[in-house]
Design a binder for this molecule. Structure first.
Ligand code: NCD
Ligand code: ZN
Length: 345
């Protein structure tokens, strides 16, 4: 095999992941733990994770779903609401919680309890800045009338720029960026602003949602954008430097709720996450940049140690299963029934 038919990397981390709760975790947690040493666990459960006590209990339930003999560390986050108190931030820090997630109310799945106006929680941002918790942002404007494809760009101008200015020492991760505007904003926003990028936003543009009919498994939020944006994300991930890193936003939903008149947003990619990132980096001629993006930039930004283990990916085509069990339902992974060109050894 030539060197480009196989790559070995420091074990990566997933800096943006949904694992849900209960029985479905038996499927999705092992998929992630097989690839990643750590993952930032999103707190948007049906009853959001808003207290340190809830986060620690959730962490225990996740650990119970990790297969014996696999090392995996869930990194916990709190869900910001209008009512979260600054004292909770100190408790969270003391308990090892690393970040808080900002969902503008109504922006995405289980975001109804999210923040209605950033000004309401300035004391919480102050406490986070003081304690050194990161702020993870779902960056989409929910203002009525904003076109769904423009929500990210509008959020930058109307919310993120003022927030960044008012809390200059707060580490901010702009989650799952999807546009050229977001990639460029992060590039120009200084050392304490970073972004995660999903595999599906590197591989697909919005045509994927409509090719041959409406394809709900390609629907996520923020929604896939035009090709010009995908190209800007590929450029950022492969050549943009240390403040862009891997976050799958793997977001499992029961298949019957995605294949539905009002289908849920979220692409499930944890079953083949590194394979899809390798495909995207390979297509850009940048496989040599994958390790920094997947394994170094995230821990460096979070101020955590890099992992020591290794994983190997080989050029070998394979087909993911049509579906996985998901509690009483089925989970259809992205690319089910299609071939993938890279495979984890
Ligand atoms: C996520 C989910 O289902 O929890 N959905 C998605 O489309 N990405 C929520 C989110 O990250 O926006
Ligand atoms: Zn997400």
């Amino acid at each position: 095999m030539s060197s480009t038919d196989s790559i070995t990397l420091t074990r990566p981390d997933d800096w943006h992941l949904h694992v849900r709760d209960g029985e479905p975790m038996r499927t999705v947690v092992p998929h992630t733990a097989a690839q990643f040493a750590r993952a930032i666990i999103m707190p948007n459960l049906r009853e959001p994770v808003t207290t340190t006590a809830q986060a620690l209990a959730y962490r225990d339930r996740i650990l119970a779903a990790v297969p014996a003999g696999t090392d995996f560390e869930p990194l916990m986050t709190l869900y910001l609401t209008d009512n979260l108190q600054p004292e909770e931030i100190r408790r969270a820090k003391a308990a090892g919680i690393v970040a808080c997630k900002l969902y503008p109310a109504g922006a995405t799945t289980n975001s109804d309890a999210g923040v209605t106006s950033l000004g309401k929680i300035y004391p919480v941002f102050e406490a986070m800045q003081r304690e050194g918790l990161l702020l993870l942002v779902h960056g989409e404007s929910t203002a009525p009338g904003v076109d769904v494809f423009d929500r990210e760009a509008v959020f930058i101008d109307s919310q993120l720029i003022p927030l960044r200015r008012d809390f200059p020492a707060l580490k901010i991760v702009f989650e799952h960026i999807t546009t050229r505007e977001a990639a460029h904003y992060v590039r120009d926003a200084g050392a304490l602003t970073a972004a995660t990028i999903t595999a599906h936003h590197l591989l697909y543009n919005r045509n994927a949602i409509f090719t041959g009919g409406l394809r709900p498994h390609y629907y996520c939020l923020p929604v896939l954008k035009r090709e010009v944006h995908r190209l800007a994300l590929v450029e950022a991930a492969t050549r943009g430097g240390a403040r862009y890193f891997l976050g799958t936003d793997s977001a499992p939903h029961p298949a019957h709720l995605k294949e539905h008149a009002s289908g849920c947003a979220g692409c499930y990619t944890a079953h083949a996450a590194m394979e899809m990132y390798a495909e995207a980096f390979d297509a850009a001629g940048a496989l040599d940049r994958l390790e920094a993006f997947a394994s170094f930039n995230g821990p460096d930004f979070y101020g955590l140690p890099r992992n020591t283990g290794r994983i190997t990916l080989r050029r070998e085509s394979w087909t993911p299963p049509a579906a996985f069990p998901f509690g009483d339902a089925e989970l259809k992974p992205l690319r089910h029934g299609e071939t993938l060109p890279w495979r984890k050894a």
